[in-house]
Design a protein around this ligand. Sequence first.
Ligand code: SAH
Length: 397
Amino acid sequence: MNFPQITLLPGREKSLLRCHPWVFSGAVGGISGDPASGEVCRVADARGNFLAWASYSAASQITARVWSFQENSVIDANFFQQRVNAAKTLRDRLGVGDLSTGCRLIYSESDQLPGVIADRYGEYIALQLLSSGAEFFRNEIIDALMKLPGIKGVYERSDVSVRKREALPERSGIARGEMPPDEIVIRENQLSFAVDPVHGQKTGFYFDLREVRQKVRQLAAGKKVLNDFCYTGGFAVAALAGGAQSVLNIDSSRPALAQAVRNLKLNALPQENCEFRAADGFEELNHLRDAHEKFDFVILDPPKLIDAKSHLERGCRAYSHLAKRGFELLNPGGILLNLSCSGLMTPELFQKITFDAAREARCDAVIIDSVRQSADHPVILSTPETFYLKGLISVKR
Ligand code: SAH
């Protein structure tokens, strides 16, 4: 069979030879065979040598995303079943299933399925297809997921704005099998969390914070906690389970706060010392500081504040401002956990920002630990962009 071909400009094959799976538009010398969006193309160097099989995207800056670097690969239903099975096997090896009844089952490039995100909630999977290639093979991917043992339904949550970059419309709804119930209770490290994969943010729950929740639990005993950008209260549950004295939870989303209350109840945790405040997470820190409030443990987990290089400086200022307020709100000896889920924020830069923030808050602090995305969001060595979530745990002196 003759495949359309994407031929790179001379010398532009280096990243593909190192198995980085993105073909940027600037590296493309020519496209032959008039591929449809999502169709598999042969990617070749300027001399015509095979480099990869990749799905074409007409609209994106990333002209193609690689499925396989092996010339004898056939990108078909069997290929997707194998990749999905491999992703499942990795999660099994990690023992995620022992810790939790939910996990990120497929993490895009890291599972060699660019543009595919699948989160497992018990017997249901919430799926996001983010690239033209993933969209093109939608049926094959859903079939493969449905064949995993114990899966009753796949619900699609491709209702994210990044699809615009690929000229794909947003889509959500049941894709195959049974509709998930409004509430699925997952267990994680002996705690329960109610998740609504149909209406919740992203696909409903932040599995990437699983290991961070454990750290919060270990550090929280006896502490007065501020949990800013709390979403459905994952850190509140963890902190109270770890013996926190009180937790003030702030988020702009009322449905998320309602779910947070529900999560405390599910775990039979005391709510009398918990407050849930629907407010702007930046503004509220100013108010708390003006009111001279103090805490022993401040958690700052804002949404992604940098989504393009052009926003780097503005984003850094926002992270810095948050950390500054965090330090100001701490009692001496108090703990700051500040997080960034912006891939463009490097750990080094984040540490520098945190240091500058401490200076601006006129305090001294030591870093006692760092956190990252949990193991079911692995970082594939070829693609450093798959590392995005980082955080620092500092003690104010
Ligand atoms: N810490 C959470 C995850 C945070 S995700 C957890 O443990 O699961 C980021 C959260 O920030 C979302 O819940 C979103 O509703 C909230 N958010 C976004 N912008 C906000 C703002 N300006 N003020 C307060 N909350 C905001």
